[in-house]
Design a protein around this ligand. Sequence first.
Ligand code: NAD
Length: 299
Amino acid sequence: MPAARDPAQAGEQETTPRFISVVGAGQMGSGIAQVAAMSGYPVLMHDLDPGQLDRGRTRIRASLDRFIKSGRMDQAAAQAALDRIQTTTRLDEAADHADFIFENVPEILELKQEVFTQLDRIAPPHAVLATNTSQLSPTAIGRDVGRRDRVLAMHWFNPPPIMKLIEVIRALETSDDTVGRSVRLASSMGKDVVICQKDSPGFIVTRLLLAQRAEALRLLDEGIASVADIDRAIELALNHPMGPFKLADQTGLDTALRNMEYLAAEYGGRFRPTATLRNMVQVGRLGRKSGRGFYGYQP
Ligand SMILES: NC(=O)c1ccc[n+]([C@@H]2O[C@H](COP(=O)([O-])OP(=O)(O)OC[C@H]3O[C@@H](n4cnc5c(N)ncnc54)[C@H](O)[C@@H]3O)[C@@H](O)[C@H]2O)c1
């Protein structure tokens, strides 16, 4: 196990964690492990699949190389970050020393509940269990654990080493102390946070994103403006880097449709997907990944 990070040396309060665990080493988990290691934390990265641990490490190495090439990091710092990450297929090994655990297994409620129940048994009593769910309820994910005051969601954005924001979502019984520890940890890793005070579908970011997307789809279906003009209006007048249709093509229109249906079920008509979006998904125009969505793409 690598040496614990010394919060005093980093000029931080004693309550920042000394050991971090990441459960699930896919796209997000490996990115979060990288961010934590780049910030000086020893990290244990766990996955059931050893191949995923290898691929996670390869992704981290490639990302660190890009940091070096762009002059944002030197070789020694990148190597030190890599050395801080250990991997294991055993959950008990990953969690029994951890002060803070980031769960990144697939977006399936029963799976996340099971992982939380196991973590509750293994992790030290003071450890915080944070889920990186995109849209499930952190209250439901932590339903069966004893330490419900130390459960919350920390929703990262992809790719974690680049994206600046973490959305912190309180579960029903999350304590102020847990929120404080999470905010301090995020800040020690160079991230900004927004706090969603109530566990509610779509949290903050997804609700804002889909509200704009729903209105853009209505403008299109009403024949008021073209795809390109709606995107340009948002990019040039509202200063977003990417319009709603370009972004939806990138996310995948099947995912975009599912997300809208999920929020429509909760909040009603204002999030209802339009006929155009449904039809496009029907015929397999799914965006960038299928070569055609609102725009055409070269293979
Ligand atoms: N991909 C994104 O853009 C994004 C953004 C924000 C949040 N999220 C959320 O992050 C979570 C992970 O997403 P991802 O894109 O990294 O998925 P992924 O499929 O890339 O990775 C999931 C990993 O979990 C592992 N896993 C499965 N069951 C496990 C278990 N019981 N114990 C340990 N590991 C297990 C898998 O082997 C896999 O490596 C999901 O909840 C997702 O909704 C994803």
